[in-house]
Ligand binder design. Structure first.
Ligand code: PLP
Length: 471
C-alpha cells in the first residue's frame, strides 16, 4: 500500500533531519492529529516524498518505536501505537434519551434486550441484492453520474418511485412531482423552511407523536401544536379548533400508538385542509410493512394530492444509514421545496439513488418487502402471544405493521418505575410518557421496538418485562 504523510522539515535548521521528523511525528500524535492505529508510509516512500536519504527516516522511525510512539508490524509497515501510555480507547456510550432509564451500552453489564424503537430491521438488510444493484450501476456510470446530482433526484429513481408508490401505496403522483431527499428528516426540514414563506407559522403534530420531530419543529421557529390522537387517529375537530393551518400526520400507522386513520377522519382531514386553505404532511414512514390479512389502507395523499405532501423513507424498509427518502408534492409546493433545498445541500448521492432505482426496477425490493413482512408478522404474533401469557392485563394496541408496537399496561402500573426496573434487568424499553406533549394522558404504556429481535427473543424479552413488572 503506497501511503503518504505530510511532514514539515526545514533543511537549513540546526536540528538534524532525523530529529525533526521524530519531533514532528511525536507532536502530531500528542495533539491527536495522528490518531492511534494510523498506518504510516514506508521509510522508502517517506524518504522519497521528503527528498531525504532513506536512512534518515529509518532512524527516526526506529527511535519512535523504541520510545513507544510507533510500532513496527511484521511485514506490514509501521503505525502509531493503538494505546499510548496505558490510555484506554474511547468507546462512545450510547446516548440516553430523556425518559429512557436503564443501563448504557458499553457499561459493565451488556444490554440483554434493546426494545427501544429506532432504526430498521438491520439484520435483514438485503446485502447481496444491494451489492449487485450497486455494482451494476457503478459499472454503467459515466461522467454524468459522478457529477453534481439533480436537485430533485435522479430521473430513473423518480420514475421507479412513481410506479412503485402508485402500485403499493396508491399515491397519485408523477416523476415530475417527486423529490429524492435524505430521509423524512429532510422532508420535515424543508417543510419547516417553506411554511413560513407561505404565511404559516404553526405546525400541528400528533399527541402522542415523535418527540424528536416535535422538538425539531419548535427549533425551526414554528409553533408545534399538539393535537390528541384516539382510536381513529388524529382528532380532526381538535385540529380545527387549534387554529393551525398545517399538520404533520402518520395516518397509515400512527406513531407511536399504531392506529390507522379511520375513513371518516380521512375525509374530515381532507375537508379541514380545504376549509383552512392548509397543508397536510403525510409521514408514511413504514408504508411497505403490513402484517395483517387484507390490504393496508392506501396513502392519505390520494384523497387530495393538491394539499398533501406525501413523504416516504427507506429507513424502515432498508436502513436509516442510507439517508434515503422521497416526497411527492403538487407543482407550486415542489417548487418552493426545491428552492429551500438549494439553500441546504446540492442533492442526494447519485449512485445510491441509482442502486435503489435498480432494486425497485428488478422487483428485488418487492421481494425484500415480502420477506420483511413475513418476519414482521411472525414477530408480531410472538409479541401478542407472549403478552397474553406473561403480562395479563396488558394489551398490544394498534395495527400489525411497522417495526414497533404500543403496549398498553394495566391501569395503575407505574410506567417510569417499570422502565427503570427493566433497565436494571438489562432490558432497554421506552415508556409512552416522552411521546406525549403534556401530562394529561390516560393509561401507562410502553413503546416496544421489535425490528431486530428473533421470534424467540420477543418472548424472552417480554418475560423479562413481566418479571420487572412483578417486583
Ligand atoms: C414517525 C417517524 N417518521 C419518520 C421516521 C424516519 O425518519 P428518517 O427517514 O429521517 O430516517 C421515523 C424513524 O424512526 C419515525 O419514527
Amino acid at each position: 500500500m503506497a501511503l503518504h504523510m505530510a511532514v514539515e522539515v526545514v533543511r537549513d535548521s540546526s536540528h538534524s533531519l532525523t530529529s525533526q521528523i521524530q519531533e514532528f511525528i511525536k507532536r502530531e500524535i500528542a495533539q491527536g492529529i495522528l490518531h492511534p492505529g494510523t498506518r504510516l508510509p514506508s521509510s522508502r516512500r517517506l524518504a522519497d516524498d521528503l527528498d531525504v536519504s532513506r536512512s534518515v527516516v529509518v532512524e527516526a522511525y526506529g527511535q519512535l518505536v523504541a520510545e513507544g510512539y510507533l510500532e513496527a508490524l511484521q511485514g506490514a509497515g509501521t503505525r502509531v501505537v493503538r494505546h499510548l501510555g496505558g490510555e484506554q480507547p474511547v468507546v462512545p456510550a450510547l446516548l440516553e434519551e430523556p425518559g429512557r432509564g436503564g443501563p448504557r451500552e458499553g457499561a459493565a453489564h451488556p444490554v440483554r434486550w434493546d426494545l427501544r424503537p429506532s432504526g430498521g430491521n438491520l439484520p435483514a438488510f438485503p446485502r447481496r441484492e444491494w451489492l449487485g444493484c450497486y455494482q451494476r450501476v457503478l459499472h454503467r456510470a459515466g461522467p454524468a453520474e459522478h457529477d453534481y446530482p439533480s436537485l430533485a433526484g435522479e430521473a430513473d429513481l423518480r420514475l421507479e418511485l412513481a410506479r412503485c408508490l402508485g402500485r403499493l401505496r396508491g399515491v397519485r403522483t408523477s416523476p415530475a412531482q417527486l423529490m429524492v431527499v435524505a430521509g423524512f428528516a429532510q422532508t420535515l426540514g424543508l417543510m419547516c423552511a417553506v411554511l413560513p414563506v407561505i404565511g404559516i407559522d404553526a405546525l400541528a403534530v400528533e399527541d402522542p407523536g415523535h418527540p424528536g420531530q416535535r422538538q425539531f419543529v419548535r427549533e425551526s421557529g414554528l409553533r408545534a401544536v399538539p393535537v390528541p390522537v384516539d382510536a381513529e387517529g388524529i382528532d380532526v375537530a381538535a385540529l380545527a379548533a387549534s387554529g393551525a393551518r398545517a399538520v404533520l400526520v402518520t395516518p397509515g400507522h400512527q406513531f407511536p400508538t399504531g392506529v390507522t386513520l379511520s375513513a371518516r377522519r380521512r375525509e374530515a382531514l381532507a375537508r379541514w385542509a380545504r376549509d383552512v386553505d392548509g397543508w397536510i404532511i403525510e409521514d408514511d414512514y413504514d408504508g411497505g410493512l403490513w402484517y395483517e390479512h387484507g390490504p393496508r389502507p392506501l396513502a392519505l395523499q390520494r384523497t387530495d394530492p393538491e394539499r398533501v405532501v406525501y413523504a416516504g423513507t427507506a429507513s424502515k424498509s432498508l436502513a436509516p444509514g442510507l439517508r434515503l427518502g422521497w416526497l411527492a408534492a403538487p407543482a407550486p409546493m415542489l417548487d418552493l421545496l426545491l428552492r429551500a433545498r438549494a439553500r441546504q445541500d446540492l442533492g442526494t448521492e447519485t449512485l445510491t439513488q441509482l442502486a435503489f432505482a435498480e432494486l425497485l426496477r428488478t422487483g428485488l425490493f418487492d421481494r425484500h418487502l415480502r420477506r420483511l413482512n413475513s418476519l414482521g408478522r411472525s414477530r408480531r404474533e410472538a409479541l401478542e402471544e407472549a403478552v397474553r401469557r406473561h403480562l395479563p392485563g396488558a394489551a398490544v394496541l394498534g395495527r400489525g405493521a411497522g417495526l414497533h408496537a404500543y403496549l398498553q399496561l394495566p391501569r395503575g402500573t407505574d410506567e417510569a418505575a417499570l422502565v427503570a426496573r427493566a433497565g436494571r434487568r438489562r432490558v432497554l424499553v421506552r415508556g409512552a410518557a416522552p411521546f406525549h406533549a403534556g401530562p394529561g394522558r390516560s393509561a401507562p404504556a410502553l413503546v416496544v421496538g421489535h425490528a431486530h429481535l428473533p421470534r424467540t427473543g420477543v418472548a424472552e424479552a417480554v418475560r423479562e418485562l413481566a418479571a420487572a413488572a412483578r417486583r
